[in-house]
Design a protein around this ligand. Sequence first.
Ligand code: 5GP
Length: 131
Amino acid sequence: MATIFSRIVNGEIPSYKIAEDDRFYAFLDINPLAEGHTLVIPKVEVNYIFDLDPDTLSGLTLFAQRVAKAIDKAMPCKRVGVAVLGLEVPHAHIHLVPLNKESDIDFRKPKLKLTPERFTEIAQKISKEFK
Ligand code: 5GP
């Protein structure tokens, strides 16, 4: 059965898309730690990030770099933090989280509740900066 992230890529489940190419897809995390919290995934369905073939893993990293630069421009923050957990969704993904302080990337924190309008606004701001 397709993962929830494959269903997002296929458009079966809606997402606030940031960027896409033939191999990778970036979209806002629906339960964000901070405004602009983004997930970057390969379209290929592989559970564990370090099981990706080397070319896909390096491509994913370079795609995430471009997304992080766009987040940096669009969202006021000191750094874009990077995390890989994969404990919930069995489809490799990189979390990119705008950081102003260390606790901004504490996954035990209560997540933000944003309106659809705010998600849309954030996604548009970031995707406009994606090069
Ligand atoms: P992890 O697998 O890295 O532990 O966590 C999965 C992440 O995916 C969580 O931060 C969760 O909020 C996010 N997530 C789970 N399901 C969906 C979904 O359907 N849409 C979006 N945009 N994010 C999701």
